[in-house]
Design a protein around this ligand. Structure first.
Ligand code: NDP
Length: 461
């Protein structure tokens, strides 16, 4: 029988890789993890976590405005970008350290260096002059930002990765893209007082989200001071003596200090030695895996963004758990991708779970829609016009709530809980049987009585 140095070798110490390594090591397996950058991966080092700190930092400006209406006098609020970036980096370093501690406590070997596959069982870490063998290999290398490199002047643009470490807060920024990252960073910079422009090639931001969510959010972020330009792409970026000139295909020219591309992320597969090991990519350049995260090579597996399934941290973690169950515990497990709640930390934020109205109509034919737009009492009190949107999509046939969409303060917190009800397949009658918590915004979710479409028809008659 062949003996290997390790039972499991994990490439990439992000959310998926660390979870798999830790669980396998705690189960008594001999595990090594290679990481070329910092332990924690995109989520902890340059994604969800630092982004959320930036959203918190930025949102204070709006809070100060609201506070005035409640009788507060704010003499002189000012923001110290370098101080914030330093504090954020200290916290990120602490969290990364916790990941390292948890890995080593579980008994896994952590190898700092880039790992390259030599064949289906052999891994080389050239930085460390090391070659090891493993029975099972898990690739969890995540993704990296993609920018349209052929665009003239693309070299002047940054991505979200650099946005976390800008030496100073720019006076003007243009963000290209209409997805999660574009919308979140536009909110962050606008909140911090940066003159912010968002350009997006499509008819409205957040393609794939419910149309009412998209239009409501586009309207709200413009109220928060973001200039949103739709149906628009770059022709070129030129450096001038005073900044960067964004030449747009519409003929418009906008000068800013920073240009950030948030035009998607691609699987991080370059230089991994996949060919040598016989691992195939799919048409989108992601590692091809089956429902159990196994590649075409029996002992090589992949989880998380490198497989480009649902690119969210909690999903990568679930895939990692299912992988350990399948590969080491004789319990073949697949991840259930239905009804995954998700949040966009725009300002105001978005929380959604289940189907959009469009998709529900496609899938089920007849659906009932319940929708409410209202001023949260906290804002109404001070005359702030910002509105919350709540929308429920109900399958007409049996009354099951198949989609819940919220735009407004605390939407991400609310959707985690609403997600339980959608996942459990509860009916609108059951939602409504739940007593409201008063006074909250969330109570609207259990008190919407009139069908939206009917309301509209009645109003039109
Ligand atoms: P997204 O896929 O969400 O958005 C990419 C955007 O770039 C889209 O608006 C897309 O337009 C646009 N785009 C793509 N190619 C071009 C091009 N050639 N020219 C102009 N625009 C282009 O990617 P993000 O980078 O925002 O985020 C990556 C992923 O990370 C997300 O999908 C999400 O899974 C995850 N994420 C999750 C977060 C969260 O949970 N809060 C936060 C941040 C990221 P179009 O729509 O027309 O294709």
């Amino acid at each position: 029988m062949t003996t290997y140095d390790y039972d499991l070798f994990v490439i990439g110490a992000g959310s998926g890789g660390v979870r798999a390594a830790r669980l396998a090591a705690l189960d008594g397996k001999r595990v090594a993890v290679a990481e070329e950058y910092r332990v924690g991966g995109t989520c902890v080092i340059r994604g969800c976590v630092p982004k959320k700190f930036m959203v918190y930092a930025s949102d204070f400006a709006h809070e100060f405005e609201v506070a005035k209406g409640y009788g507060w006098t704010i003499e002189k609020a000012s923001f110290d970008w370098p101080a914030f970036i330093h504090a954020k980096d200290v916290e990120i370093a602490r969290l990364s350290g916790l990941y390292v501690a948890n890995l080593t406590k579980a008994g896994a070997d952590l190898i700092h260096g880039r790992a390259v596959l030599k064949d289906a069982h052999t891994i080389e870490i050239p930085d460390k002059n090391l070659t090891v063998t493993a029975e099972q290999i898990l690739i969890a290398t995540g993704g990296r930002p993609w920018i349209p490199e052929t665009l003239p002047g693309a070299e002047y643009a940054i991505t979200s990765e650099e946005a976390f470490h800008l030496p100073e807060l720019p006076r003007r920024i243009l963000i290209a893209g209409g997805g999660y990252i574009a919308v979140e960073f536009a909110g962050i910079f606008a909140g911090l007082g940066v003159e912010t422009t968002l350009i997006y090639r499509g008819p409205n931001i957040l393609r794939g989200f419910d149309d009412d969510v998209r239009s409501h959010l586009a309207d709200q972020i413009q109220r928060r001071g973001i200039q949103v330009i739709l149906g628009c792409e770059h022709e070129a970026i030129e450096k001038t003596s005073t900044g960067l000139l964004n030449k747009l295909k519409t003929g418009m020219e906008i000068e800013t200090d920073v240009v950030m591309f948030a035009t998607g992320r691609i699987p991080h597969v370059k230089g991994l030695g996949l060919e040598a090991a016989g691992v195939e990519l799919n048409e989108r350049g992601a590692i091809k895996v089956d429902d159990y995260s196994r590649t075409g090579v029996e002992n090589i597996w992949a989880v998380g963004d490198v497989t480009d399934r649902v690119n969210l941290t909690p999903v990568a973690i679930r895939e990692a758990v299912a992988f350990v169950e399948t590969a080491f515990k004789n319990n073949p497990s697949r991840v259930d991708y239905a009804d995954i709640p998700t949040a966009v930390f725009s300002q105001p934020p978005v929380g959604v779970v289940g189907l959009t109205e469009h998709d529900a109509r496609q899938k089920y034919g007849k659906v009932d829609v319940y929708m409410s737009r209202f001023r949260p009492m906290r804002f109404a009190f001070v005359g702030v016009e910002e509105r919350t949107l709540m929308k429920l999509i109900v399958r007409a046939e049996d009354g099951v709530v198949v989609g819940c969409h919220i735009v407004g303060p605390d939407a991400p917190e609310m959707i985690q809980l609403a997600g339980i009800a959608v996942k459990a397949g509860l009916t609108k009658v059951q939602w409504d049987a739940t007593c409201a918590v008063h006074p909250t915004a969330a109570e609207e979710l259990v008190t919407m009585r009139e069908k939206y479409v009917e309301t509209q028809l009645t109003a039109a008659e």
